[in-house]
Design a protein around this ligand. Sequence first.
Ligand code: SF4
Length: 470
Amino acid sequence: MSGGATFLGMPAFPVNAAAAVQDSQLRYNLRKATHTIRGKRALAVGELPDWTELRRAAKEIKDHTLRNLERYLVRMEEAVTAAGGHVHWAADAEEANRIVADLVKATGETSVVKVKSMATQEIGLNEALELEGITAYETDLAELIVQLGDDWPSHILVPAIHRNRSEIREIFREKMADWGRAAPEDLTDEPRALAEAARLHLRERFLSTRVAISGANFMIAETGTLVVLESEGNGRMCLTLPETLISVVGIEKLLPSWQDLEVFLQLLPRSSTGERMNPYTSTWTGAAEGQEFHLVLLDNGRTDVLADEIGRQALRCIRCSACLNVCPVYERAGGHAYGSVYPGPIGAILTPQLRGTASELDASLPYASTLCGACFDACPVAIDIPEVLVHLRGRVRHPRVERLGMRAAGWVFNRPARLARTQRLGGRLRRFVPGRLPGPLSAWTDTRDIPDIPSESFRDWWDRTDGGVK
Ligand code: SF4
């Protein structure tokens, strides 16, 4: 079942990625999907003559909010409470899961519907609710595919991007009946037929479930309003039909005012799906009539990220997924290799900051990049992902052999005369350099060729020929 907890204990990124690149179907699915979205995005962005200004405005709004987060969070709490909602503060995943489970139990219900929320995946809410005897039903189409397939999300926006249509049909035919209304016997892999099967399955669920759990794309401190952007309308059903609505939102999702939202409503749909505007934008403030509303404000490592001067820019992220769709590493390795609900370039900088770099997997994430910079160019809030990657690489403890190698290289490069002597020695011994290094060093040469050592260094050639004159 989908959820953050299932990623725990995975091996390091290079191991996961090496396995993933062997899967040609996965690579084909990913390439097709990311290139299609990429093309649409380029057209939609190209239409806006003031894209650069919008991007700068978004960066500045986010930076200002993060600098004054405490003040805006308090304002948010006051506004939600004044509008009849209840605000809960959760320092970590355990506390957030406990709060949500208690709220659901207080309603006497044993099932909930969910509109996509990465924050709840981050904290492993579905699994925590399951332990309390509560079943969480995903209602976003892609999340439904992931849940029915007992799979993990592999993309921020299109969690089932690694699946093609015929795989989805098989999942629906085999698993839908276990979760409610079965798929039709004659289900084809036509998008319309698949969407209709999901619609009928979900409609039953919406009409029979009294508690909903959502995330939010933005929170507006000025009025205490939450905003969800989505494509299918399932989210709106989820937000309006149930009697109790619980929203779990990361504290970095704040914007100071409605006017600020204008900037992001232009940037987000264009960056994520290549559309001028998204089909459904739902906003709600406090509790609607006849409904109970709870907002769980989630920290779970975010204030630690905020304390890091370089790393904190990751909190500007609006989860548009543009960086994933342009990343050559993501395109080949897929989202599962990152072992986190946040895959791709943003996952490579956010996950090791939220979870730390103690595990082998988290320590490997800052290296899951070629540092080509395509992610930075695509990011609508101008997060300098390569800068944060390099910064985080400095935090990771490197293997002993690598540290010794770097120390030796430093010793040689530190003195020009020493470097010249080493080069001459290398030139003399070049015949004895093996094609593959022994022991732990072989990890380096397994995927690279050792370059040929020239018989003469550039400096010696220059001295001998006076720069090619003699
Ligand atoms: S880092 Fe930038 S491009 Fe990537 S998901 Fe976040 S906002 Fe979008």
